[in-house]
Design a protein around this ligand. Structure first.
Ligand SMILES: [Zn+2]
Length: 458
């Protein structure tokens, strides 16, 4: 063996013969076996004889991807009926689509959504989901239900409940309490953060409660920031401030914070976000789908010193290969000089964030001692592959359809493209049935009447 961790656990399995991506940023690629012991990578090199082996000849062995911003509750929304007038802007998308769906969710549909969304993520090679959950008519215990479903699948997660004042003060308080309850009982593969919706649906009092709950639990706040210009208009009407300034003053923008989108932020806000150590999550497909604009953090303007930029799907599935490819093309279209390392650096950043939550600095790498979260791709490379050109293979050749095996914390949870934990046909059938019932309830839920301050129409 050439590199070992000194781990005390006995080796359990060797992944043999593959091309191993030890790290994404900076890229490190070696041809070697990967020996796992318990929940860790134990060694890289030539595996000793007598050990259980999994043949990875011709395959690419890669650290598992992290989806740094997901909404698993939207997993059964694909293809759902829509009979209201078409939304004309982002606020109307929330009022007529997502704030109707979340109010139709009950315990059964929250569980089915988490099971289906978590399974889809694993099958696409994603080993950690950072989720942002809302179900205003089933708040108490909702995070436990999601954690149970994800634990059943064997996927790692960081969960929170999206606190908001849009459904009244009682639900805002229940949301804070749900986060606090979950944060008090961490699990091996499910951790908590403090969740909050966005500046424009949060009073000063509720923002303060979110910041205090996070501080007391030693965690950060996961919140949407300036996804649309409506968030900035609302903030200006509340006191002439910018969104990042308001959140920073409230104690939300810390080095443990996870700030989704940051599309409508100015140069000063970019500087504040970069200097505080907060992690920004870009969700390029979602931003395009909602026509909200380009985040400077998706482009070079937000790529300055100190900027920590990860990637999420914002609920458009759990496939980070495709998200990173689309995000790269979007950045490249805007700026031809976009670095080829763009997708790898952002994926590595998401893993580093989760590593911080779990106290695992090597998470997102395959260095000995790292948690054994990894994906085996059947990637029949048409050309030489090394650290110098990994990003080219990633952007132009990798596909979630190539995902063969997935390990999380040393356990083989997807083998030969099938979950080893759950009956996929049953998850699909149950999900379809629950989706039908959810869609029926949804038809009776009217558009939400919550309006941001400052007007809507562009
Ligand atoms: Zn989101």
């Amino acid at each position: 063996m050439t590199e070992t961790s000194g781990s005390q656990a006995a080796p359990t399995v060797a992944l043999c013969g593959g091309t191993v991506v030890v790290a994404l940023d900076p890229p490190q690629v070696v041809m070697c076996d990967v020996v796992l012991a318990g929940d860790r990578v134990a060694a890289l090199g030539r595996a000793p004889g007598g050990l259980a082996r999994r043949d990875c000849t011709g395959a690419l062995v890669v650290p598992g991807n992290v989806c740094a911003h997901h909404h698993l509750y939207s997993s059964l929304a694909r293809g759902m009926p829509y009979r209201l007038a078409p939304p004309r802007n982002f606020t109307e998308i929330l009022q007529r689509v997502w704030w109707r769906l979340d109010r139709a969710l009950d315990e059964t549909s929250v569980r089915a959504s988490a099971l289906r969304g978590g399974l889809d993520a694993l099958l696409a090679g994603t080993t950690t989901v950072v989720d942002h959950h809302a179900s205003p008519n089933f708040i108490d215990g909702s995070l436990e239900v999601i954690a149970d479903a994800l634990t059943e699948l064997g996927i790692r997660s960081v969960l929170c409940y999206e606190v908001s004042d849009r459904d009244g003060p009682e639900r805002a308080l229940s949301g804070v309490a749900e986060n606090r309850r979950f944060l008090a009982h961490q699990r091996r593969l499910a951790r908590g953060m403090m969740g909050a919706h966005a500046s424009f649906t949060l009073s000063d009092e509720t923002l303060a409660a979110c910041a205090e709950t996070a501080r007391a639990a030693g965690t950060g706040v996961h919140i949407h920031v300036a996804e649309d210009a409506a968030d900035q208009r609302d903030c200006a009407r509340r006191g002439g401030r910018r969104v990042v300034e308001r959140l920073h003053n409230a104690g939300i923008v810390t080095d443990q914070a996870l700030l989704a989108h940051c599309v409508h932020v100015d140069a000063n806000e970019v500087q504040v976000l970069s200097s505080t150590g907060a992690t920004v999550v870009c969700n390029p497909r979602s931003n395009m789908n909602n026509a909200v604009g380009h985040s400077p953090f998706n482009l070079r303007a937000g790529d300055g010193p100190g900027a920590k930029v990860a990637l999420g799907t914002d609920g458009i599935g759990g496939d980070m290969v495709t998200e990173s490819q689309v995000g790269f093309f979007r950045a490249k279209e805007a700026e031809l000089s976009t670095s080829p390392s763009w997708p790898l650096a952002r994926l590595a950043r998401g893993a580093r964030f989760v590593g911080g939550v779990y106290g695992e600095p090597l998470l997102g790498t395959l260095h000995p001692g790292a948690p054994a979260d990894l994906t085996v791709y059947d990637y029949g490379s048409p050309a030489p592959l090394d650290a110098g050109n990994l990003s080219g293979h990633w952007v132009f050749g990798l596909s979630p359809g190539q995902v063969r095996d997935v390990y999380v914390a040393g356990e083989l949870v997807v083998a030969d493209r099938r979950s080893t934990r759950v009956d996929q046909a049953k998850v699909a059938a149950d999900g379809a049935q629950v989706a039908g019932e959810l869609w029926q309830r949804l038809e009776k839920v009217p558009a939400h009447d919550f309006e941001p301050m400052g007007g809507e129409h562009r």
